[in-house]
Design a protein around this ligand. Structure first.
Ligand SMILES: Cc1cc2nc3c(=O)[nH]c(=O)nc-3n(C[C@H](O)[C@H](O)[C@H](O)COP(=O)(O)OP(=O)(O)OC[C@H]3O[C@@H](n4cnc5c(N)ncnc54)[C@H](O)[C@@H]3O)c2cc1C
Length: 108
């Protein structure tokens, strides 16, 4: 069974930024993205330092280069369920029925 340190659902700016942070920390990370970004029809993004006016699609392209540089996997599929199981993993299922597992961390 392949076990990830982290499964990220959503490959927009938030998910990809989390993926870069964790990838740089040498975590085994996978991102699922159904690629319907909420700002995809915008003519230019603002308030991201050094990227004023950039098209959302160009921002994602640049971000993906950084994400791949740190060994993060990305799959363009929708996650349909996520749950803890009794064996110490967190399981997510994609829209084709494939199940992926991440280590379940407990916070004390
Ligand atoms: C018209 C418009 C203009 C905007 N302009 C700006 C701006 O100039 N500057 C700014 O800072 N912010 C702007 N925003 C806000 C902007 O959307 C956010 O800053 C940023 O895009 C949010 O990123 P996100 O990763 O949270 O979400 P999103 O970019 O929406 O990404 C979420 C991703 O998760 C995927 N997803 C969701 N559920 C699942 C699932 N179950 N399985 C797999 N994938 C899933 C979606 O398909 C999507 O690809 C704008 C928003 C809108 C609507």
């Amino acid at each position: 069974m392949e076990l990830y340190d982290c499964i990220i659902v959503g490959g927009g700016p938030a998910g990809l930024n989390a993926a870069v942070v964790l990838g740089r920390c040498r975590r085994k990370v996978i991102v699922f993205d159904s690629a319907t970004y909420r700002n995809q029809y915008s003519h230019g993004m603002h308030n991201y330092l050094t990227r004023d006016d950039i098209l959302p699609a160009d921002f994602i392209k640049l971000s993906l280069k950084e994400v791949h540089k740190y060994g993060v996997e990305l799959i363009h599929r929708k996650i349909t369920s996520a749950r803890k199981n009794g064996q110490g993993t967190f399981d997510v299922k994609d829209d084709k029925g494939t199940i992926y597992h991440a280590i379940l961390l407990s916070c004390h």
